[in-house]
Write a protein that binds this ligand. Structure first.
Ligand code: ATP
Ligand code: CA
Ligand code: CA
Length: 422
């Protein structure tokens, strides 16, 4: 499960899908972005804007290479989330996403069959989701929005957009755009996906030894004797945020989410960086046209700049060039306390002095409600193992166990004995 991908070129099996996704985003997002901001209404949460693309084009949608339909869900809500709470620059967002080349792979790393794609600069992840996850996100969007608004430092996945592509033969593909927790400029030396469940939660150590990019699980964390090295200050902040986040997740009645932990050892640096620091992208000019464009009206300089960006980022029109990935973290991560040190959270000792480790942390995969299928899984898995240590447990229990486990993970925590199976 490497966190690097293959560039999707025209010969890639998913090129058409990718092209349609990006073209849809480009048009839909810029349409919404070109209007003057207004306060959200209740209808905005249920809204869905439809676009129909074809090779001819019309006054609403420019011509595209393929025929497809595109839906943009709750565009005003996501716009507010991006601009006000996630501190994304609108032009930056579009530019990063709608490059000619987006990175594929993570292919389908989980069991769910979802596909993951990176934006060319690694800042954003597109994840295809199931129809029920999509419906669920729409249903809880209001609560999610409220939570993000009152918890600017939440560790929960930042959702930047929710869309659907429909191909002519009728296949509907739903997807979200979210933050990549791992930064482009730092190697991740160890990765863990932690749930607080200890039944079957182990990546084989002998395989891990051969694959430094493996995503390890709870039992690997426990058996390796890992702890989150955080001094009293950061420990308190992280604990409080995780407490609030797990309260929301309990309330949403979800389970199966996890804390993704990426660890960068500063002494090891970036020597074993597999990923090339220079990526092929659509235009060498790209950095020149990055700038704040808060659109104020169709003929304002900002709007003209935005149109230029739209033109420049059109995947049909551009040749390729190279762009250097940043050597340091700039941008929106600076706004968030848990992502402020090189895009992550630097380890500290008991005197709150900095240590040589950076953590990249976030709560991911939060769209799985506890439904009848999960109840059945709970029943069957519970027959052969401790009913409280298996992964599928009811949401309240899941949230409490998750939170206790994360506290146990921190230095000074009580240890893991109560999570282990006998
Ligand atoms: P399953 O339901 O089987 O657990 P899934 O398809 O829903 O799988 P996720 O659990 O969301 O997938 O993610 C799978 C893996 O992808 C994670 O363990 C992690 O390695 C990577 N990943 C997911 N989201 C992010 C993110 N926001 N930033 C960085 N890596 C991520
Ligand atoms: Ca998962
Ligand atoms: Ca999942």
């Amino acid at each position: 499960q490497p966190l690097v991908g293959n560039l999707i070129g025209e010969d890639h099996v998913n090129y058409v899908l990718m092209y349609n996704m990006l073209t849809g985003i480009r048009i839909a997002v810029s349409r919404c972005q070109a209007k003057i901001r207004r306060p959200l209404t209740d209808d905005d949460f249920a809204a869905c804007h439809k676009f129909s693309f074809d090779i001819v084009g019309n006054e609403l949608t420019p011509s595209a290479k393929y025929d497809f339909k595109f839906k943009d869900y709750a565009p005003w809500v996501f716009r507010e989330l991006r601009e006000d709470y996630f501190h994304l620059d609108p032009a930056d967002y579009l530019l990063s996403l709608t490059a000619k080349y987006i990175l594929s792979e993570l292919g389908s790393p989980g069991k769910s069959g979802s596909f993951f794609y990176f934006s060319r600069d690694y800042r954003f992840i597109i994840k295809t989701i199931h129809h029920n996850e999509h419906k669920f996100l729409r249903n809880v969007l209001k609560k999610y929005h409220e939570h993000v608004k009152s918890n600017p430092h939440t560790l929960i996945s930042r959702f930047y957009g929710l869309h659907r592509v429909k191909l002519p033969r009728g296949r509907k593909i739903h997807f979200v755009i979210m933050n990549n927790l791992f930064p482009p400029h730092k190697d991740i030396h160890e990765t863990f996906d932690l749930k607080g469940s200890t039944v079957g939660r182990e990546y084989p150590e002998e395989k891990a030894a051969r694959n430094p990019r493996a995503v390890m699980k709870d039992l690997n964390w426990i058996n390796r004797g890992k702890t989150l090295e955080l001094g009293p200050e950061k420990r308190a902040l992280l604990t409080e945020q995780l407490r609030r986040d797990s309260e929301l997740l309990k309330e949403l009645h979800v389970m199966d989410y996890s804390l993704l932990v990426g660890i960068h050892h500063m002494k090891r640096g970036n020597r074993d960086n597999v990923r090339s620091n220079t990526l092929k992208v659509f235009s060498p000019e790209v950095s020149l046209i990055r700038r704040k464009t808060q659109v104020k009206g169709p003929s304002s300089p900002e709007a003209i700049a935005m149109r230029r960006i739209m033109r420049e980022s059109d995947p049909q029109r551009l040749g390729s060039g190279t762009i250097k990935l940043p050597d340091e973290d700039t941008g929106e991560r600076q706004h968030f306390i848990f992502y402020q040190n090189e895009g992550g959270l630097r380890a500290t000792d008991e005197a709150n002095a900095e240590m040589d480790t950076i953590y990249y942390l976030g709560v991911i995969d939060i769209l799985t409600p506890y439904n009848s299928l999960k109840k059945v899984e709970h029943f069957w898995k519970g027959l052969s193992a401790d009913r409280h240590k298996i992964s599928p447990v009811p949401p309240t229990e899941y949230g409490e166990r998750f939170f206790s486990f994360m506290k146990a993970c921190m230095r000074g925590g009580e240890g893991y004995s109560r999570f282990k199976s006998e």
